[in-house]
Write a protein that binds this ligand. Structure first.
Ligand code: IMP
Ligand code: MG
Length: 186
């Protein structure tokens, strides 16, 4: 088990309060999610849409665990700057080139916090008449349970209400490459 002291050299001087998810926990859960996803979808085309940048590592591991035909594309929505709180403005700065109509769309997100990003994307994507539209999130802080227009059908882990980094999640673009998820000390 990794301890904060073991990873201090990766943290640019920032302190890790605790390691929330060990690499092994993530790997096991991602495998199980892949099985859940493959079992959920019957016939039809599946397009997995990763929300960049936060989902890139999760998405890469996840799609390799889904034993079914699928395609992958990305969305870039911009809502956070270097701030730790959501600005509430969600802007699409890259839009998938693939047609969504008639396809099963699985939107993959790193973490659900205020729910603003997901709600806005659900609105944008459902307007394109997909055959189905579901969410797969690695983490959910459950702060948005009553706000979300659709809860994630596939969820990796419940998240504590702390600022988390690693496995795709950043703070001001740092720490995305960490193979674990950690809570940053203030
Ligand atoms: P929401 O719109 O408030 O739900 O924010 C979702 C986005 O904010 C996620 O896709 C992340 O990029 C970012 N975010 C929210 N909470 C955290 C966190 O604890 N660490 C890093 N990024 C976060
Ligand atoms: Mg971010």
């Amino acid at each position: 088990m990794l301890q904060p002291a073991d990873v201090a050299h990766l943290m640019s001087g920032r302190k890790v309060a605790r390691i929330v998810l060990q690499p092994e926990d993530i790997a096991q859960r991602v495998k199980d999610l892949g099985v859940e996803i493959a079992e959920h979808y019957g016939d039809g085309e599946l397009l997995v849409l990763g929300l960049l940048k936060g989902s890139f590592i999760f998405l890469g591991d996840l799609v390799r665990a889904v034993e079914r035909p699928l395609q992958v594309d990305f969305l870039v929505a911009s809502s956070y700057g270097s701030e730790k709180v959501s600005s509430g403005n969600v802007r699409l700065v890259y839009d998938p080139e693939t047609r969504l109509e008639g396809k099963h769309i699985l939107l993959v997100e790193d973490i659900i916090d205020s729910g603003r990003t997901i709600n806005r994307l659900l609105e944008l994507l459902s307007a394109r008449k997909p055959r189905s539209l579901e969410i797969c999130a690695l983490l959910d802080k459950h702060l948005a349970d009553n706000v979300l227009t659709k809860r994630p059908k596939f969820l990796g882990f419940d998240a504590p209400n702390e600022f988390l980094v690693g496995y795709g999640l950043d703070h001001a673009e740092d720490f995305r490459h960490l193979p674990f998820v950690a809570s940053l000390a203030e």
